[in-house]
Design a protein around this ligand. Sequence first.
Ligand code: 5CU
Ligand code: ZN
Length: 365
Amino acid sequence: MTQDKCLVDVHTHVYLPEYLELLRRREQVPRVLPPLEEGLDERLIILPDEDKGESTKNGRPVGAAYYDVREKLAFMDKHDIDISVVSLANPWIDFLPPTQETFDLARRLNISMENMCQEPITQGRLYGMGTLPLSSVKGSVAEVEHIASLPRMRGVIMGTFGCGGKGLDDPALVPLFEAIAKHNLTIFLHPHYGVNLPASGNTDAGHSLALALGFPFETTYAVSRLILSGIFDRVPDLKILLAHSGGTLPFLAGRLDSCVAHDPAVASKLEHPPSHYLKKLYFDAVIYHATGVKATADFVDPSQIMFGTDHPFFPPLESKDARWMSVDSNLAAISNAGLDEPAVAGILGKNALRIFNLEMPCENE
Ligand code: 5CU
Ligand code: ZN
């Protein structure tokens, strides 16, 4: 593997053992339930109301791919992924109260992530994103200081909940964003809750509509709210990577600009139109079709787009040994988006090396 041909996965998750233990102890969503039968896997119930849906109430089987670093490495080997930037999987610890116990858990999770990335068997192929006790801004700022001291951490994963559910445009979060920017850490902004719109209806579509549409629209709202809060005028160095190619924003940015421009009370709070700030963000390429990658690469410079897999979600349904459709559709989308060779090489890996300051493993040896 060389820098020019490397493959780097910036959207890949793990349920760390400390976190699974917490989910096993809980009696409400999010939680982990015991296997339905002896010999089967435990079951993960994490999405709001997931325990009530007809096709989802038994949860998703949580096999070793969800927590075992050896499985992560085997998955990387199978798909020729050189480096992964691993983040805790949703819904993180946003739902826990602002207590010392929660702060201690965040500390343990971040140490555990750092240790996982430093395990000798990983051979320098893993980096991490930290987790914050978001119910407390003070606790989160303290944890950012800690994460910044851990050599393999490159940022923090953040949902859209904010502190106590007030969202990411809550002015109380400004000191947290300042601390993250000061340490040159990147926020990996990732959805979890979906959007509760009448249009989403009450169909039993299992996970499919919630994940396919609820997730991207949640990101769309969260980022738009952040931009309208004026955060990027206050903290211009804030670096954010948007999951799932920014939800729908590469497609809807023009509409957002137009609606803001026609509402002087909103527009006057910003120095620039919303798309000006959006174009400074990073986008993953976890969008599964070339049209989505094309739209993203039309909207921002391709040097701001990075490959991802979303492992361990969307595993193959047929054989455990098969290549993952989710990986192959994202790889095909990047190759078929009509981009030139340097842009493709950037999206596959070189952009992540530069943006996250990653070292190719063989260069360590
Ligand atoms: O699409 C995704 O990113 C995900 C994720 O991260 N977590 C999840 O539960 N389903 C899909
Ligand atoms: Zn994900």
